[in-house]
Design a protein around this ligand. Sequence first.
Ligand SMILES: NC(=O)c1ccc[n+]([C@@H]2O[C@H](COP(=O)([O-])OP(=O)(O)OC[C@H]3O[C@@H](n4cnc5c(N)ncnc54)[C@H](OP(=O)(O)O)[C@@H]3O)[C@@H](O)[C@H]2O)c1
Length: 342
Amino acid sequence: MCKGMEVKICLIGMGNVGSSFLKLLKEKRENIIDKFNFNTKLVAIFEHDGALINSNGIDIDNLLMDHSNLRKNKYWISNVKAQDLISTLEIDICIEATPTNPETGEPGLTHILEALSNNIDVISSNKAPFYLQYNKIKNLADKNGCLVKFEATVASCVPALSIRHNLIGNTISRIRAILTGTSNYILSRMTAEGVSFSVALKEAQELGYAETDPTLDINGYDTAGKLVILSNELLGWSKSIEDVSIKGITEITPHALELAKLDGYVIKHLAIAENDNLLVEPRLVKRESPLNVQGTLNIIELQTKYAGSIVIMGKGAGGFEAGAAILNDLISIVKERENLYN
Ligand SMILES: NC(=O)c1ccc[n+]([C@@H]2O[C@H](COP(=O)([O-])OP(=O)(O)OC[C@H]3O[C@@H](n4cnc5c(N)ncnc54)[C@H](OP(=O)(O)O)[C@@H]3O)[C@@H](O)[C@H]2O)c1
């Protein structure tokens, strides 16, 4: 891959995130050509039941008009799997956006390892492979001279991971973060309205902020996975999810929140990385603390040696939010490759 070149990509998983990424790619295509001097050619899209593969490039407009055009396309091949075909594709970057099995990291883990084994750079929005097998992925990428980027896995396009490039001369001593909008929405509503956990959860589900099965959000597992990725990337650690002490928010009562309020505190579901320890648990936070964010917002506070506390905050979920992170990763891979070759 070099300046002015066509960058060939494949997408695994054209769901909410995958199709939002394609919409952004279409919207920003001219801008990318103008500003970064490269064009992208999408040569393959994999879904769970087959693939659309066209080495001349897939017509994104046609697919975005109607998702069902994917399987109607003459290049659609039923019943093939990404892991069996990645090695046969001539591509520069593989984008992984399938749903995660939180215990195995599959199918994403196999897709990522297969791409890296074939010297293909990887972008992922899929977090489980990284909180389960961070070292394995990184080591394989290093061994094969590949780039692997996964900004979307932590807080979508809030630049939680890429901020490290601006902090190379600084030292981060602690991370405190709120990384799951669902828990934060529930606690915010319980604090503001005095409603019970179950009422706030139901409300979050009705508004589409919580999954039908919200277990991984409210028991802290999802946040723990993100914390592992964040601390490995920003603090240079080599942790996995077993290293995190995890407590959920299901035991928090309106009474506990009321008592906290009387003393000028709120309770937040915090992810903390400090002194080689990782933990996710409900914690008292001063009402005036920047961590006292409302609703579904994510926030990351980095305690640094030379700039004190640095805080970044924003919407940590949503198709376009994650799609934008993938697009950023794509541009930064192309730029890094350019620097390597020039
Ligand atoms: N949505 C967000 O806000 C967000 C934000 C950040 C990160 N993420 C992560 O990004 C990933 C995708 O999320 P999403 O919201 O786009 O999920 P989604 O809407 O469920 O889309 C997932 C897509 O992957 C396809 N798929 C499933 N198994 C596959 C396989 N074995 N091979 C190829 N394709 C397969 C699905 O096809 P079928 O529907 O046909 O099964 C679907 O098109 C997840 O890991 C998620 O955790 C999501």
